[in-house]
Design a protein around this ligand. Structure first.
Ligand code: PAF
Length: 290
């Protein structure tokens, strides 16, 4: 017997009609934007949304505008049936899975670009990526008219970009940050993890281990430049092929920090073969015990 799947709508018109009928019953609406290939991290967002809102919509749209490399877009996993089943098991109410023409119809010509928090980190390494994220999220927020949207802290820069444009454009939606979900060995859940070979998978938790070790060094007063250099060297010696960045930044404006501060966060991006992994943690004592 096939497992039940969540209801799916594919057009803005159908989406708005569902939301309007919920609104007529005074029900509140939460949104989980995704590109599919759902894992426990996404389902934790559904769980968080169900605690705050009466109805929960997940979106599934592999957004071509946020891919800087065509090969990444081509190989991005497309698992809609499986995603719809997982969403039903997680008690989501609706899946909005538009096709590319619904989001970017012929003649589409608007771009949302956020300066400041979009530069550096993944913005430096992936040109145009955050314009793509900001543009599609703006559309999803306006199309759904949801009251709140949920984003994981694993993509911390994405979360800050979304918070920034929502505030700048006065979009009436509350952004809920949610903690990163990790495997038992600390590896942050990501749809990219399925591209890791067994051998790479054993090395991957080094990123989180090194973030925690670096946070401890900073809290013990080791200078930032030494911690950053030792961390990059350690990751490379642990079998990673390249480190794009290992940096200490302010968690609000994402500016680079030369000294540890009360609101600092460590960010890393590194490659195992062709798989680019990212992670980040806050530099606070409680972070070191989890
Ligand atoms: O984090 C993601 O999966 C995507 O960047 C998002 C937020 C769904 C926008 O396409």
């Amino acid at each position: 017997m096939t497992a039940a799947a969540v209801d799916i709508v594919r057009t803005v018109e159908e989406l708005r009609s569902r939301v309007a009928s919920w609104r007529s019953e005074a029900l509140s609406v939460g949104l989980i934007p995704t590109m599919g290939a759902l894992h426990a991290g996404h389902l934790s967002l559904v769980e968080a949304a169900l605690k705050k809102y009466d109805r929960v919509i997940a979106t599934l749209f592999v957004n071509p505008r946020q891919f800087d490399r065509p090969e990444d877009l081509a190989k991005y996993p497309r698992t809609e049936d499986d995603d719809a089943t997982k969403l039903a098991s997680a008690n989501a109410h609706l899946l909005y899975a538009p096709n590319v023409d619904e989001i970017y119809p012929s003649g589409y010509s608007t771009n949302i670009s956020v300066s400041g928090v979009s530069s550096g980190l993944c913005g430096g390494d992936r040109p145009g990526h955050f314009d793509g994220v900001a543009t599609v999220c703006t559309k999803l927020f306006l199309q759904s008219g949801a009251d709140g949207a949920f984003f994981g802290e694993k993509d911390f820069q994405q979360l800050r970009v979304v918070q920034q444009f929502v505030r700048d454009l006065n979009i009436p939606i509350l952004i809920h940050p949610c903690p990163t979900v990790r495997e038992d060995d600390g590896l942050a859940l990501s749809s990219r993890n399925k591209h890791l070979s067994d051998e790479m998978r054993t090395r991957a938790p080094v990123l989180h281990q090194r973030l925690r070790a670096a946070a401890e060094q900073l809290l013990n007063g080791v200078p930032v430049d030494i911690v950053m250099k030792e961390s990059k060297d350690f990751i490379l010696k642990s079998g990673f092929d390249r480190v794009d960045y290992f940096e200490l930044r302010d968690a609000e404006n994402l500016e680079l920090l030369k000294q540890n501060s009360l609101n600092s966060r460590l960010f890393v991006a590194a490659w195992l073969g062709k798989v680019r992994l990212i992670d980040n943690i806050a530099v606070i004592p409680s972070q070191l015990s989890c």
